[in-house]
Design a protein around this ligand. Structure first.
Ligand code: ZN
Length: 311
């Protein structure tokens, strides 16, 4: 069994309009934009990172805003809900705040004894805020989202799956333990990780597999390991079990490997090193456009193609 996974690292989704996406995560959700860079394979598309003050692994939501991309159509084999943790007792604030911002799909409920507020992102993204203990995490704060109510980081994620058994087995191999079951949802938790440590599997045997990912769809979900040595151990263990895993890829702010899971969700294993302060100081994270080295000679052309974003 793998012992190096520390919970979630980041979640990467697709969006339509970059400016709308930026405004939603910084203005509406009160997160900090910790990096403004571009897609490694399509430098005319931003890669935007939002998180806590420094983009602590387990807090980082990232987006590729592809411009006029159509909304994705939901199905099984993908992340169904991305969940953020907020301090205990703050959902009444969030309900008013999100309602005041015109956020759609606000629905309160409980799952596994936790109070949650579901809502839709600008492209129909399925999100939930879940009240949770801070466990040492500190939110970013803005004029409208104060520190005592701010998003602490991820709580976890819920996968929509036709068959849960193979994914449950994989999570067990990755160090997660089955913790609870409520209705069609089975909860897995990893011990000794960061606080972004739950994965819920929703069993939807009659639902169709996702056919069209698009704006609002999660592209992949990344799990954290401490360093490159741990990543190589995880890669070897996965390959020994029969998974096809990519070589290690340098993503500038972390090293990444990817593999497709039996349930269809694309997994990444990402290192906690070197982090988002690798190329700019903490006070100015996310402000300047940062380009992968190979695109730096084309900076003027790339900047001219990208839509301007509010700070
Ligand atoms: Zn990633």
């Amino acid at each position: 069994m793998i012992k190096d996974i520390k919970g979630l690292h980041h979640v990467t989704s697709m969006a339509a309009d970059a400016s709308t996406n930026n405004q939603f995560f910084t203005g509406t959700l009160g997160m900090r934009r910790v990096k403004k860079t571009v897609n490694f394979d399509a430098p005319d598309v931003y890669h935007l990172y939002y998180g806590d003050e420094v983009g602590t692994p387990g807090s980082v939501m990232t987006y590729f805003p592809f411009g006029h991309m159509a909304n994705g159509r939901r199905g099984t084999g993908e992340v169904g809900v991305t969940e953020f943790a907020v301090p205990m007792g703050t959902l009444p604030f969030w309900r008013d705040h999100l309602d005041g911002k015109g956020v759609q799909g606000l629905t309160e409920g409980t799952l596994f004894g936790e109070n949650r507020l579901s809502f839709a992102g600008p492209d129909g993204d399925a999100f939930a805020l879940v009240e949770a203990e801070a466990r040492g995490r500190t939110p970013w704060s803005t004029d409208t989202v104060a520190k005592d109510v701010g998003i602490l980081g991820f709580h976890g994620a819920r996968f929509a799956l036709r068959d849960v058994d193979a994914t449950a087995e994989l999570l067990g191999f990755m160090g997660y333990q089955k913790a609870d079951k409520e209705g069609d949802v089975t909860r897995f938790v990893i011990e000794g990780g960061n606080a972004a440590d739950t994965i819920d599997l929703e069993h939807l045997p009659g639902a169709a597999p996702v056919a069209d990912q698009g704006a609002g769809s999660v592209h992949h979900i990344a799990f954290a390991v401490e360093d490159r040595a741990a990543q190589l151990r995880v890669r070897q263990a996965l390959m020994d079990t029969g998974y096809q895993v990519t070589p290690v890829i340098d993503r500038d702010y972390f090293w990444a490997i990817y593999f497709r899971t039996p349930g269809g969700v694309l997994f990444e294993i990402a290192t906690n090193e070197p982090g988002f302060d690798r190329d700019e100081d903490t006070a100015h994270l996310g402000q300047a456009l940062k380009l992968p080295t190979r695109y730096e000679p084309h900076r003027d052309k790339i900047e001219a193609l990208l839509p301007p974003l509010a700070a």
